[in-house]
Design a protein around this ligand. Structure first.
Ligand SMILES: Nc1ncnc2c1ncn2[C@@H]1O[C@H](COP(=O)(O)OP(=O)(O)OP(=O)(O)O)[C@@H](O)[C@H]1O
Length: 275
């Protein structure tokens, strides 16, 4: 089956996510008119178990695409199909349910973790929001324990702690456990390692890889970091000012970039990181 990332509306049978012709422009506060579009006709697919890197310069629109896929931002036009369901055509509970297979983790876990909640409460929160296992405290507790164990945090040691008592790497794992607890099929990971020390980056990626192996999870991995893209992703999409200019297997794109922007981006990043 073909993989078409630039403009095709073709849906493959095994697609977990199919994004077609997405557009988005923001309106500045107080401005009468929408500003220039930041996402301009983006189309791509992600299959079950696949890890796809979304790479581009700062401000290219990567996070905006991730947030639209996770349902946190509304596109101006286009379609987002999750397991064949067009989420933009749905509302309320139906939309919430259709979006459950997609969860997101962020660059700064500290911002998304309330300092007043214990790790148990934080990991349980998505179940509360999704109204899953309501009234069954024991089942929820067991799922929290499982989710923490999946990200290599001992439930007995961590459940009663607060976010400020954890290291950056541990907090990022709590973010991953929160995403995992609702059993997603795809995790949108928006620069999850950029605030971590280099050694902790690989640790987090190892935990993410293990989740992929054990549960067949897919990832959309948003990053500036070409070395991590090569380490972690099967395929990559290169975004320039809201447009996907190149896509393909990670090794092929990094070793033999075709588009002038990709050549510049990879050349500059390779110089910096020495990959
Ligand atoms: N809520 C918002 N309101 C107005 N403009 C926004 C908003 N969010 C993002 N933008 C603008 O949209 C453009 C794309 O931003 P986005 O965060 O998607 O890019 P990015 O590729 O993820 O960048 P970075 O790598 O720096 O995080 C930027 O110019 C940004 O200033």
């Amino acid at each position: 089956m073909t993989i078409q990332d630039t403009g095709s509306a073709e849906v493959r049978r095994d697609d977990l996510l199919h994004v077609s012709d997405l557009h988005k422009a923001y309106t500045a506060p107080g401005a009468a008119f929408r500003q220039e579009a930041v996402v301009k006709g983006v189309s791509f697919s992600i299959a079950e178990g696949e890890t796809v890197g979304l790479v581009g310069a700062s401000g290219a629109g990567k996070s905006t695409i991730g947030r639209m896929i996770a349902g946190l931002e509304q596109p101006d036009s286009g379609t987002i199909k999750v397991m064949g369901q067009d989420i933009l055509a749905l509302k309320g509970k139906a939309r919430r349910q259709a979006l459950r297979p997609i969860q997101m983790i962020f660059q700064d876990p500290y911002e998304s973790l309330s300092p007043r909640m214990t790790i148990e409460q934080l990991v349980c929160e998505p179940l509360v929001i999704q109204r899953l296992y309501s009234g069954d405290k024991r089942a929820r507790r067991e799922l929290v324990r499982e989710a923490l164990a999946e990200v290599s945090l001992s439930p007995d040691r961590y459940m009663d702690r607060y976010p400020h008592e954890l290291s950056g790497g541990e907090r990022q794992r709590v973010g991953l456990a929160r995403a995992f607890i609702v059993r997603p099929r795809l995790i949108v990971a928006d620069e999850p390692t950029s605030m971590l020390d280099p050694s902790l980056r690989l640790d987090l990626l190892d935990v993410m890889k293990r989740l992929r192996q054990r549960h067949g999870l897919s990832y959309l991995f948003i990053t500036h970091d070409i070395a991590l893209t090569r380490h972690f992703c099967d395929r990559m999409l290169v975004l320039e000012q809201g447009v996907i200019v190149e896509s393909g297997s990670t090794d092929a794109v990094i070793d033999d970039p075709q588009h002038p922007f990709t050549k510049r981006l990879i050349g500059a990043l390779l110089e910096l990181t020495g990959v």
